[in-house]
Design a binder for this molecule. Structure first.
Ligand code: SAM
Length: 279
């Protein structure tokens, strides 16, 4: 079978199956031959391990993963890709494609039931659900050591930002709580079919054995969501809009020696955890 990075072949394959790209499902397939091997290598899984892939598309990354891992579990939402994947993965007996919505599925249960050995996530994520999907992967405490994903450059900047800096957001703090983020390499927009408007960045989230702050994650992330829910407001006003008592917030900020006009992005993870604990 010709390479799934051969643009002419991919176009003829998709035409043969009557497939048209869905923008709503974030379908930008990789056609740069150097990207998938680097991602598969970076996810670190060997012949004893299992890789969970979200959104195999036509299977270009899936095939690279199948060469390295003992088992690949790939979750794809678009049923129209079923006949395409049956063809492109016909010679990959260690791949199982599960059709369904990764946002609804119990991915931890899936890995527990079907996975074996050390596990990792590796995916070129649909951009329309990058942050919620990453939150879901982190919060569902998958039995994985790394989450290696390709995301739009701006999303990577936010996911890998230092908490307490202007680039940080709610997802930055979630990543910092559960993992140590690492930017791997840039991928140009022309590496995809169809080409999106912006470049992407491959990142790895190395899951921490223990969070760096001791706190109740539910309380912490309730405060984080409220704090970043109204990004342009001060923390006091944003938290008030999120249902917290304004006087109590002002008092908590004083107690923690934080400025009354502090904004969410100025707080480190430790400061946000301390604020959640006081509140
Ligand atoms: N891995 C392929 C590649 O690199 O060429 C395709 C990546 S494409 C950016 C994203 C893929 O995710 C598409 O195949 C799309 O149908 C699938 N997808 C979108 N939303 C999904 C969801 N909620 N659950 C599972 N797969 C989804």
């Amino acid at each position: 079978m010709p390479a799934l990075t051969d643009k002419a072949y991919v176009e003829s394959l998709l035409t043969r199956h009557g497939f048209s790209f869905s923008k709503a499902l974030g379908q930008n397939f990789l056609i740069n031959p150097s990207v998938c091997p680097r991602m598969a290598q970076a996810c670190g899984v060997g012949p004893e391990g299992t890789v969970l892939e979200i959104g195999p598309g036509i299977g270009v990354l899936t095939r690279e993963l199948a060469q390295r891992a003992g088992r690949v579990l790939a979750v794809e939402l678009d049923e129209r890709l079923r006949p395409v994947l049956a063809e492109t993965l016909a010679d990959c007996p260690n791949v199982e494609v599960i059709y369904g919505d990764a946002m609804q599925m119990d991915l931890a249960a899936l890995l527990r039931e079907k996975g074996a050995g050390p596990a990792a996530v590796c995916a070129n994520l649909p951009y329309y659900i990058t942050s919620p999907l990453i939150m879901r992967l982190l919060e569902s405490r998958l039995p994985v050591q790394t989450v290696t994903v390709l995301v739009q450059k701006e999303a990577a900047d936010r996911l890998c930002a230092q908490p307490g800096t202007r680039e940080s957001g709610a997802v930055t703090l979630a990543v910092a709580y559960y993992a140590a983020p690492e930017k791997l390499f840039r991928v140009s927009a022309g590496s995809f079919l169809p080409a999106p408007k912006v470049d992407s960045t491959a990142i790895s989230l190395h899951i921490r054995p223990r969070p760096p702050v001791e706190t109740d994650p539910d309380k912490l992330f309730a405060v984080v969501r409220a704090a970043f829910g109204q990004r342009r407001k001060t923390l006091c006003n944003a938290l008030q809009a999120g249902g917290y008592d304004k006087t109590a917030v002002a008092q908590a900020l004083r107690q923690l020696s934080l400025p009354a006009a502090a904004r969410a992005e100025q707080l480190t993870l430790a400061q946000m955890a301390a604020l959640a604990a006081v509140l």
